[in-house]
Design a protein around this ligand. Sequence first.
Ligand SMILES: Nc1ncnc2c1ncn2[C@@H]1O[C@H](COP(=O)(O)OP(=O)(O)OP(=O)(O)O)[C@@H](O)[C@H]1O
Ligand SMILES: [Mg+2]
Length: 391
Amino acid sequence: MAENRIRVLLVHAFPDTTAYITALLGLERDISLEGSVANGSAGLKQASEAKPDVILVGSELPDTDSAGLVRQITTKLPRTGVIVLVTADDPNELRRYMQAGARSFLVMPFSSEQLAESIRDVYRRMRSVKVAAEPRHSAPAGNAGQGKLVAVFGPKGGVGKSTLAANLAVALRRNAERKVALVDCSFSFGDLHLFFDIKPERTIVDFIDCGPDGDLDTLEQVLRRHSSGVALLARPVRPEHAEMITTDGLRHTLDVLTQGYDVTVLDCPASYDDRVLMALDRAHVIILIVTPDLGTLYNATTFLSLTRALGYSRERIMIVFNRYDSQGGASVKEVEDTLSHAVEFKVPSRWRDFSSALNSGVPYALSHPNSELARTLASLADMVLKKCDGQ
Ligand SMILES: Nc1ncnc2c1ncn2[C@@H]1O[C@H](COP(=O)(O)OP(=O)(O)OP(=O)(O)O)[C@@H](O)[C@H]1O
Ligand SMILES: [Mg+2]
């Protein structure tokens, strides 16, 4: 256990606070306080030698400005997360610490749970930064092909991303006769393979492991081809392997997919993880799925402001209103007014059809090709292709 503990350094001027934090952390089995010092210069020296996972920095130090110390630490030790301990949550002060590179802050007094959770949270976030900061290869520039990338994104879990991504891929393949790949970008908990009753034996990790030499031939060995003709790139077999998928590795994978497939559909998780943002950045079309509940609409509004801040054109975003006819939910007009964006496509609520399709491992668009719902999904595919052609 000892070697797996989160290693923490404390830099704080007041002995009483140091004693309090030492006592609190003494109770945590997964956190080890490796040392404590009372001023900035000793803090920087000890940090450089011990390279702890997390450093707690007090806001009042005798010899240095705390924000300056945070900046020095985060520049010198980009893999160490800094949490600032403040006496009041003055927004201007907090902004200064965050700009200096602090990952979090705690307002005193705090409980042992708040302290431990904050340390664990920063540690987890720094670990994912480490993975991104240490790409095993960088993607060769400009190797993208002619194929189009369609990201299916939803601002909340369970809105129907995988259901619509799977059926869209089938409809693009069967009705529009395109060469179609489908990527499960929920690298830890993705379930896209279940929609096709496919076992994820060879997965995206096997391709990313090949580094920049991984080409279309290599990728074809990893893709699982379904009887519908859709080629699935499944999520890693083990959830902990999700961390092996770097942003560069995913970028390279998407580039290679565009060399061999007319359309690649990306089933993205409801997250702003670096890899998801890169995929959204690269997508020719982003399908934003919303459902008629307040939480989803609120998060969708935040997502749309983010896309504006990132400079995405409105034309790239296509709002699909899933389960639009659910009883008691928001109307199309209410959704459009809330989002200030037109709803371009509506999918009815058909719980029994979609869940029995999932249970049988055959996407609905494939098992009931002549049904009205399958025709709706086919027109979704047509609209997506038109949007792709416009990009
Ligand atoms: N139009 C619909 N009508 C009725 N049920 C639906 C509809 N679309 C999706 N569902 C159901 O909603 C549930 C969640 O769907 P799905 O797994 O596709 O969501 P998700 O957004 O991919 O979730 P996650 O965020 O967990 O990946 C499933 O049971 C699915 O059958
Ligand atoms: Mg899903």
